[in-house]
Design a protein around this ligand. Structure first.
Ligand SMILES: [Zn+2]
Length: 351
């Protein structure tokens, strides 16, 4: 049996709409996520606030000022002129493996970025294992590629969305994760020219969110996430094999958590998708990781209540941290990819 989750998250949305908890007369203030009166008294309100663009930029700049290890780069601008940030750790030494964590190509897939910000913060600390990671791995973290969609600052209407605050598409209405061949959008163009071609990562995890009703095969058990390696036929078999090993590291780490239950994502083979395109074009070993739920969508059943934020952010953190540790100690090389052969594909409950 899965352990019961007692984490309730309070988001920026609640705070900006007045922050009044109905019936309690209590106004929640800023980041003060103490025990609240309205969650049956025995649940902890852990304030997992979503970072707006401005807050994310501020968070990154503050860490950059404080940390010797972090080098913060602006690698481009969005359609609406927002800076795109890359958090860099390590000297980009060619003898060491380089890994890229990419989040929020789709603006409504928010918790992946929250996880990435936690990992960035962790890497600026003197935490256990951090030294070992930074000595042995070049780390690139590109949080929130779709900065305009994440703000709902786009050139089309979001009236049909549940909350109208976030969208999958960029400001021009383009799905950035279908733009990895043509690179017609400034966000994807910058990612390719100023990150991928400049730093030549060996590994990449692309973090997303999917609907809430995804099950493990036909078991009816709801998954916490889904994963997939590159499936395009142009991808070198060795790159695909290495991608499967990366998947094994993530699978083992997540499944060892109480919340962890992963399926195989039934993804397509198009090279326009980063999982396939980056593996085919640059020989990067890639993994797609789709978390449960999303922040906003025109399909109500895709949107997940805030209650799950805590464990989904932790799932993203776990995937990234396990990858860094497995690259630092070399254990990724001996990871066993055979689980892929029996991992059930996702199914969709009630669809
Ligand atoms: Zn996505």
């Amino acid at each position: 049996m899965k352990k019961k989750l007692l984490t309730v998250a309070v988001t920026g949305a609640l705070l900006t709409t007045g922050g009044l908890i109905p019936g309690s007369g209590t106004v929640l203030a800023g980041d003060n996520g103490a025990n609240g009166p309205n969650y049956n008294g025995n649940e902890t309100i852990k304030n997992e606030r979503l970072h707006s663009y401005e807050e994310m930029a501020d968070f990154l700049h503050k860490l950059d000022q404080r940390s010797e290890a972090l080098e913060l780069e602006v690698y481009g601008q969005s359609v609406k002129g927002r800076d795109l940030y890359l958090a860099k750790f390590g000297a980009m030494d060619e003898d060491k493996p380089t890994v890229l964590f990419l989040t929020q190509q789709h603006g409504n897939e928010t918790l992946t970025t929250e996880g990435a910000l936690q990992v960035i913060k962790h890497l600026t600390s003197n935490g256990k294992n951090v030294k070992n990671i930074l000595e042995n791995v070049n780390v690139l973290i590109a949080p929130r590629l779709n900065v305009d969609g994440a703000e709902g600052d786009v050139n089309f209407s979001l009236d049909d969305y549940v909350s109208g605050t976030h969208t999958r598409y960029n400001a021009n209405g383009v799905d950035l994760n279908r733009d990895h061949v043509d690179r017609e959008q400034p966000e994807t163009k910058a990612l390719h020219e100023e990150v991928l071609q400049k730093y030549s990562p060996d590994y990449m995890i692309d973090l997303h969110h999917q609907g809430t009703q995804v099950t493990l095969g036909d078991t009816g058990e709801l998954v916490s996430g889904s994963i997939l390696y590159p499936t395009n036929s142009e991808v070198d078999p060795e790159v695909r094999e290495q991608s499967k090993k990366l998947g094994a590291v993530v699978y083992n780490a997540v499944e060892s958590k109480g919340y962890g239950l992963l399926s195989k994502y039934p993804g397509g083979t198009a090279q326009t998708i980063s999982r396939n395109g980056l593996a085919a074009e640059y020989g990067i070993s890639t993994l797609l990781f789709e978390m449960r739920g999303m922040a906003d969508h025109y399909r109500e059943d895709y949107v997940l209540g805030q209650k799950s934020n805590g464990y989904l952010i932790q799932q993203a953190v776990t995937a990234m941290t396990a990858t860094l540790e497995a690259l630092a100690d070399g254990s990724l090389e001996s990871a066993d990819p055979s689980f892929w052969d029996t991992l059930p594909e996702s199914n969709y409950d009630g669809e």
